[in-house]
Design a protein around this ligand. Structure first.
Ligand SMILES: *Cc1c(COP(=O)(O)O)cnc(C)c1O
Length: 229
């Protein structure tokens, strides 16, 4: 538990240092604590340390933790691939779905949100590096998906998300983060119906670089909760 407190302190310091290297406003960057595989008691401690936003990659796993942690200010982001048969649960549980990568999924979300008469915040997940193993819409298909999703009245598209290739050298993925920001800037110009403010990019190994390149959400797991089993 002491280790968790110390790791949170270290991560916050690194976030602040990265923001200080840019001309950015500190409120523009939100730390999303990625709590997949982490037990609810550790999440509760992180919450008490002031972390308010948690990221989970599986609907089923998130469900029991979300009901165990009914804090009024807690926010849950879905960061993993969403199957259309889990859409109802996801709409019910999550405050932001970061992983929309197909029109089929967006339409399933739209239908569910419409039935509940609510508007569901989403990000479009982009496979910037073109890795065959990664989820995400391709860079080529992004504009068409963005245009189609903007026409769905019960979805609120807030921006883009990407998972950079795994690397031990953070500078190696700077071009991926820069590209996501450029793609966002292009969408903002072509499709001003949305402000495209959110850029979710950067994980434990590379979040300072992502912040320098404009990340507004950094998804940090291991650097906060320790190595996963
Ligand atoms: C697990 C995961 C993270 C966090 O990765 P760490 O290396 O533990 O920081 C971020 N984003 C997604 C989509 C993940 O699945």
């Amino acid at each position: 538990m002491d280790e968790l407190i110390e790791r949170i302190r270290q991560v916050r310091l690194q976030v602040e240092e990265a923001i200080a290297r840019t001309a950015r406003n500190p409120d523009e960057v939100t730390l999303v604590a990625v709590s997949k595989t982490v037990p609810a008691e550790h999440i509760a401690l992180a919450y008490q340390m002031g972390l308010k936003v948690f990221g989970e990659n599986r609907v089923q796993e998130a469900r029991s933790k979300i009901s165990a942690l009914p804090y009024p200010l807690i926010r849950w982001h879905l960061i993993g691939h969403l199957q259309t048969n889990k859409v109802a649960r996801a709409v019910e549980l999550f405050h932001l779905i970061e992983s929309v990568d197909s029109l089929r999924l967006a339409e399933a979300l739209e239908q569910n949100a419409a039935a509940r008469q609510k508007r569901v915040p989403v990000l479009l997940q982009v496979n910037v590096a073109g890795e065959s193993t990664k989820e995400g819409v391709s860079v080529v298909d992004l504009p068409a998906l963005a245009m189609a999703v903007l026409r769905l009245p019960h979805l609120q598209v807030q921006g883009l998300m990407t998972i950079a290739p795994y690397t031990t050298e953070p500078e190696a993925v700077r071009p991926v983060f820069r590209r996501l920001r450029e793609l966002r800037d292009e969408l903002r110009e072509r499709l001003p119906q949305s402000d495209w403010a959110a850029l979710s990019m950067g994980m434990s190994s590379d979040f300072p670089v992502a912040i320098e390149e404009g990340a507004t959400l950094v998804r940090i797991g291991r650097a906060i909760f320790g190595e996963r089993p």
